[in-house]
Design a protein around this ligand. Structure first.
Ligand code: GDP
Length: 529
């Protein structure tokens, strides 16, 4: 197959949702369509149920052995689909944000009864900021939930989206009769059977067709006719260009559990979702069909099996072909590296591959060379943009609890930070180390992993910080900046990249500081223009 066709047939995306909306169930049904798995229950949920570190550890251990559910790939209709897993738990939101830098589009799953939830809002906002094309799937239509129009209103308002349905439910909950596929003009009847994975549909191109009444009954048929008329009146006609630009979001309805409406979603997705797109590097825009290989690390997964200590760095191929046993330039280290056993991912397993194409994710065994955000190329000096750090929510001093193990501790902290488990700051005044995390859970995870993987013990001490703000000033020699550094010396730190960070202890003090030093900008994100 020609290189260009390889690119054109790839779809790399993520599924985002608030926990429990049905992401795992939907993923599994998609894999069933691809013939990638044979039965339901094969996809492990990555959910942290009790919110306990032990839960997380158990999941991570299973993953380490059975291989990350991090990337699930399958073929459908000649298309190579790559699903990137995104943790739904809010403590791991940063992981999800980073994964979103490697997707070309997303599917947002919403529970019809619960509507737009907190995590959905946050994740969609990140996608909206980056103009990532989004498809919305309203799930659990087999249950009583919100009215379809009300829910689409809610989505438009809370998520700031512009939607248009491409399928429409006929009834809901106990009365769910089926789904009308607006793209194909056919009716798919709901049978309530969870095992059946092949749909039978009836084409109804003219809604006045009496066969519609025969299929779903007069009442439901009339309601559907009215509702579809409303749909045509209210919502814009689907336009792929607008969808690709992130300006219009098509909506599908269904029930993942009953594998219902999922094929409409998958077929719709295959038809409209983008193949790999050009990506911005600091130096220039890089197109997928360029001959030379380039890619970036968006995730590092530690192998928790103590006998196999290596890590797996996940690279998204942006351009060219990645080949096994070929030397590539690790741009940050300015060093050439060769990989003898790069992994590609399939439904439940990984395999060594000889070549990978744009849109693919390659897993590289790593002994400590990679950090999140690193770029690998055929030789060109490129730095991919867009893996920022966000201000953590929780901050604690980290202390060494065993003076004999300070080396192990330093190494452990260093590697865990490279993986992006948390952020490390060093106070300017006294060199003390501060760990910042998105959720409280990570502190336990770090402590556990330092002990079990590095043989080091640590203790924490609370630190009252409201936000870490990356400091941005045009003139580091100005009197204003010097005064700021002197007065706020106690609250200044450096992040791992050496950037200056101000620890604001309350939103009020941040406001006061901002007023006092108008020429200095304070950002909640580590990357700014
Ligand atoms: P995730 O946290 O988003 O991955 O959600 P899961 O896929 O684990 O689903 C959460 C719960 O909702 C599970 O008990 C599923 O069986 C259930 N569920 C998922 N999809 C549906 C659906 O379409 N209908 C109903 N009634 N339940 C569903």
């Amino acid at each position: 197959m020609k290189f260009k066709d390889q690119i054109a047939r790839r779809r790399t995306f993520g599924i985002i949702s608030h926990p429990d909306a049905g992401k795992t169930t939907l993923t599994e049904k998609l894999l069933l369509y691809g013939g990638a798995i044979q039965e339901a229950g094969a996809v492990k949920s990555n959910k942290i149920k009790k919110g306990a570190a032990s839960d997380f550890m158990e999941i991570e251990r299973q993953r380490g052995i059975s291989v990350a559910t991090s990337v699930l790939a399958f073929e459908y209709d000649g298309i190579k689909v790559n699903i990137l897993d995104t943790p739904g738990h809010k403590d791991f939101a940063e992981d999800t944000f980073r994964t979103l830098t490697a997707v070309d589009s997303v599917i947002v799953v919403i529970d019809v009864a619960k509507g737009v939830e907190e995590q959905t809002e946050k994740l969609v906002e990140v996608c909206r900021m980056r103009n990532i094309p989004m498809i919305v799937f309203i799930n659990k239509m087999d249950r009583e939930g919100k009215d379809a129009f009300d829910l689409m209103d809610e989505i438009e308002q809370k998520l700031n989206l512009r939607v248009t349905p491409l399928s429409f439910p006929i009834g809901m909950g106990y009365d769910l009769k089926g789904i009308y596929n607006i793209r194909e003009n056919d009716v798919h009847l709901f049978t309530g059977n969870t095992t059946k994975d092949h749909k039978t549909t009836t084409e109804i191109s003219d809604l006045q067709d009496s066969r519609l009444d025969d299929l779903v009954g007069n009442k439901a048929a009339d309601t559907l006719r009215e509702e579809l008329e409303l749909v045509t009146g209210i919502y814009p006609t689907f336009n792929r260009e607008e969808y690709l630009n992130g300006e219009l979001q098509p909506v599908f309805f269904g029930s993942a559990l009953h594998n219902f409406g999922v094929q409409e979603l998958l077929d719709g997705f295959i038809a409209i979702a983008p193949a790999p797109r050009p990506k911005k590097a600091e130096e220039r825009l890089v197109a997928p069909d360029e001959k030379d290989f380039s890619g970036f690390v968006f995730k590092i997964h530690a192998n928790m099996d103590p006998r196999h200590r290596d890590r797996l760095a996940f690279i998204k191929v942006v351009s060219g072909t990645f080949e096994r046993n070929t030397a590539y330039k690790h741009v940050r280290l300015n060093k050439n590296l060769k990989f003898s056993s790069p992994n590609a991912f399939f439904a439940e397993k990984k395999e060594i591959v000889d070549e990978s194409f744009p849109g693919d994710i390659v897993g590289l065994h790593d002994t400590g060379n990679f950090k999140i955000g690193d770029t690998l190329t055929s030789g060109e000096e490129l730095h991919y943009k867009g893996i920022p750090s966000f201000s953590p929510e929780h901050f604690r001093y980290i202390n060494n609890a065993d003076p004999m193990k300070s080396k192990q501790l330093a190494k452990g902290i260093d590697q865990l930070m490279d993986e992006g488990v948390a952020q490390l700051f060093t106070l300017e005044l006294n060199g003390r180390k501060v760990i910042g995390t998105v959720g409280a859970l990570q502190f336990e995870v770090i402590q556990y992993r330092l002990e079990h993987e590095y043989g080091a013990t640590c203790s924490y001490e609370n630190l009252n910080v409201y936000k870490a703000c990356w400091v941005d000033t045009a003139d580091t020699d100005s009197d204003e900046f010097k005064d700021f550094k002197r007065v706020k010396a106690k609250f200044l730190a450096h992040d791992k990249r050496g950037q200056l960070v101000f620890f604001a202890d309350s939103s009020f003090s941040l406001q006061m500081t901002q007023q006092k030093y108008p020429s200095i900008k304070f950002h909640f994100v580590s990357e700014f223009e």
